[in-house]
Design a protein around this ligand. Sequence first.
Ligand code: SAM
Ligand code: SF4
Ligand code: SF4
Length: 342
Amino acid sequence: MIQARDRLARPLGDLRISVTDRCNLRCGYCMPSEVFGPGFAYTPADRMLSFDEIARLCRVFAQAGVRRVRLTGGEPLLRPHLELLVAMLADIEDIDEVALTTNGTMLAARAQALAAAGLSRVTVSLDALRADVLAAMSGREFPLARVLAGITAAADAGLGPVKVNMVVRRGVNDHCVLEMAEFFRGRSEIVRFIEFMDVGATNGWQPADVVTAAEIREQLDRRWGLEPLAPSRAGEVATRWRYADGAGEIGFIHSVSEPFCGQCSRARLSADGALYTCLFATSGTDLRGPLRAGATDAELVQLIGRVWSNRTDRYSAERATEARSTMPSTAAPKVEMSYIGG
Ligand code: SAM
Ligand code: SF4
Ligand code: SF4
């Protein structure tokens, strides 16, 4: 076992795995329907990592220091029999946690099986509670009742406390912040408000579209009163708060206004087996090629260790300090979040 550290001394600790780059929704901030239309070229089946290949790479990543794995995408529950992969990953020595981020549309019927397979926790993305706003955010008619049933089923299956991620976009769903908080107050779920990020090259991000965590926090504080909570672990991406009246916890993911690159221990594995060291990367390192060409575990650990030890990424911190947000997009476009995993 090695503990890979990058050039800024950040350890490799987390791996996000995109198990598919496809999705049944078309959230404008992630997979806008004008770009991800019927003719879009998704990763073909023969280039996708099989469950055996993902599990093998996870064992190798564990040898390089990874302790927590998150399955994401695209929509991970579109991948048939995901429970089998969960069981394979949960079995790996040194992997302490296998989590899932999902849009929740297919969760209700799967929550029990996922929990039985060894899933630790679930995060469900939900950007509003009103049908018209949900349609505007998700690009589709949004099955709210199914998603709420999925959240309840996940909590009942022991996958809680379920985190509910709300991306806030100015002028689209920022008027829904209070009602979202109100709905989940007093329940076991933890709502986390996420600043709209300039991921990928297709979502038309503008700095003015970002509602900062501070703005949202002030709204909630005025209404109910908030008190800060200590981070539950080092490198946690969300800052934690609780309602002063004891109605539960909420969180903020302020990657734009207060970047957390200094603590970033996350690597990403795309559906076709490339390693990315930043959410805003423009290129990755192919692991599928060496894997299929017969590389040994030791060779793969070395390759991953080499990539991580050369890592200098701190995109969000640079965006904040160098007004990168106002720069035109560079020649090499950033890869899409659905491809490398959100
Ligand atoms: N389909 C699953 C889902 O929606 O939960 C998993 C993949 S999705 C890419 C992972 C997370 O990234 C979701 O919580 C989503 O809201 C968030 N996300 C996607 N694009 C974003 C953006 N431009 N800014 C902030 N968060 C974003
Ligand atoms: Fe699909 Fe999730 Fe992206 Fe929405 S955020 S388009 S649900 S992958
Ligand atoms: Fe990590 Fe890159 Fe995000 Fe910074 S911008 S927190 S390095 S993924």
